[in-house]
Design a protein around this ligand. Structure first.
Ligand SMILES: O=C(O)C(=O)C[C@]1(C(=O)O)C=C[C@@H](O)C=C1
Length: 109
């Protein structure tokens, strides 16, 4: 089995013999990606505990830091930094909404 393509890679890369086998591996990777998105989403909900206003939730400077961080990580793994940053922008937009909903909810406990 081929090693993941870079240091710090989280999964082994299998050399597949058929398209069917390859697609099963892609499905497994997609499940992992969604699991990690769910973990991130849970942390985002926790972040609402530390915010005092809705304005504070959308922290533009922090978003820039996150985007730079993932751009660098993508580069180190040989993946397009712009593609990763675009995915992150989409995800963060949605997670800001989740955080706002969580923030509005926290008063009702
Ligand atoms: O770091 C925070 O303060 C967060 O709430 C997390 C997060 C993110 O998705 O990374 C979400 C909203 C903020 O605008 C900035 C970053």
């Amino acid at each position: 089995m081929q090693k993941a393509r870079s240091k710090g890679g989280i999964m082994e890369i299998k050399s597949c013999d058929t398209l069917e086998e390859l697609r099963k591996e892609i499905d497994k990777v997609d499940e992992k990606i969604v699991e990690l998105i769910a973990v991130r989403n849970d942390y985002i909900k926790q972040a609402a505990k530390f915010k005092h206003t809705v304005d504070e939730i959308k922290a533009d400077e922090r978003i820039e830091d996150v985007l730079n961080h993932v751009r660098h990580k993508a580069l180190s793994l040989g993946v397009s930094p712009n593609m990763v940053a675009d995915l992150y922008k989409e995800m963060i937009d949605a997670m800001v909404e989740t955080e706002i909903a969580e923030f509005r909810n926290k008063g009702s406990f």
